[in-house]
Design a binder for this molecule. Structure first.
Ligand code: FES
Length: 134
């Protein structure tokens, strides 16, 4: 799991119940089972990045999930408040991301708690990467 050794924040809590992630760009629906989370190679366990990647959604993650880039920027258009609060380092990195919205998060850091279903949208520059076959 990617982890920046200079950031000493504890990992966010894992989801407490099953929920769904809908990818607005493609309509793809991902069922998240807290008992069977995919292993997070980059970023936090249970974070949107690992869940999207495991479902075949191609999300950039240039720094490997250690808050060193903003290429994993996504919009959490539904269920935003069900995710962990961003730490200051995430906010700082997001400030450098283009086309910021109130719903912007870094996918490698954003761990929904499963209390509601979530809808994400990939920013325009990654849309061509979204796989349509599902
Ligand atoms: S992959 Fe670099 S901050 Fe998420």
């Amino acid at each position: 799991m990617g982890r920046n050794p200079y950031i000493d924040a504890p990992p966010p809590p894992l989801p407490g119940k099953p929920y769904r992630i809908t990818v607005r760009n493609s309509g793809q629906v991902i069922e998240v089972d807290p008992e069977a989370l995919p292993h997070a190679h980059d970023g936090h366990q249970g974070a949107l990045l690992s869940l999207l990647l495991a479902a075949g959604v191609d999300v950039d993650h240039a720094c490997g999930g250690v808050l060193g880039c903003s290429t994993c920027h996504v919009y959490v258009e539904r269920g935003f408040d069900s995710a962990n609060e961003p730490i200051d380092e995430e906010e700082d990195m997001l400030d450098m991301a283009p086309a910021l919205r109130d719903t912007s998060r870094l996918a490698c850091q954003c761990v929904p708690d499963g209390s509601v279903d979530v809808e994400v949208e990939l920013p325009a520059w990654t849309r061509n990467e979204v796989k349509e076959d599902h």
